[in-house]
Design a protein around this ligand. Sequence first.
Ligand code: NAD
Ligand code: ZN
Length: 246
Amino acid sequence: MDKDIRELKDCFNLSKNIVAFTGAGLSTESGIPTYRGRGGLWTKYDPMKYANINYFLKDATYYWEFFRDIRYKIIISAKPNKAHYFLVELEKQNKLKHVITQNIDGLHKIAGQKRVIELHGNTREIVCMDCNKTLTMDEAFTLLKNQLPPRCTHCKGILRPNTVFFGESLPQKELDKAISVSKKCDLFLVLGSSLVVSPASHLPQIAKENGSLLAIINIDSTPFDDVADIVIHDAASKVLSDLIEG
Ligand code: NAD
Ligand code: ZN
């Protein structure tokens, strides 16, 4: 077994309160591309437009075309991968106390994870901007066959995904909870996040300042590699599989 994996395994054995922080890299093996890093991104649509609130308010059509032609198919066919299920197992053993995710794909919940903090919302939920009625992704996709952008079936308001766009604040309740659990953990485990988007850029620091170990598993380097206790540059699911098998 590699020295790094051995060290990570020792950390897991000693830890009683693990918090996992996950980013887009955790879902690449479920077929969902990242924004950054290798193999990143959809080419035809620009996340600085479809994931930007100012752009959405100006022209909701751009997002909904992207949803209809690209996102819906990717999300609807994505299944949780080994890494998601590893975290579910760790929660069942009561070692993992919370998953904080930046992902909007809902795959942690689909895998059966109970304690998930979705910092950026969930793209499978659609909400009316006027009356707050919620719809499923499938309902929105059906509406899109005749309408662009799709309208609320109750009040005809504009529909939006229940996600945090660039330019919007994070939901306060989720953020407070994420900060609180990061302060209490003894191992803060980063999986597949570039750690450049706020508050990802604060939580590892908060955990460390409160005495936690910090482990980062990411294909590429991150701005926190220098302060982390363990850094492994490899695919998250591979590292976690090595950990179980070792
Ligand atoms: P990011 O796209 O900024 O970074 C992902 C990181 O994962 C990169 O550094 C990349 O090198 C690494 N990576 C890629 N495949 C990996 C693998 N198999 N194992 C380990 N690492 C891997 O993602 P982020 O930090 O989550 O950033 C932010 C924003 O992107 C968030 O706002 C999030 O909502 C959004 N986003 C979400 C999804 C999703 O829900 N699946 C997908 C794309 C973007
Ligand atoms: Zn409505």
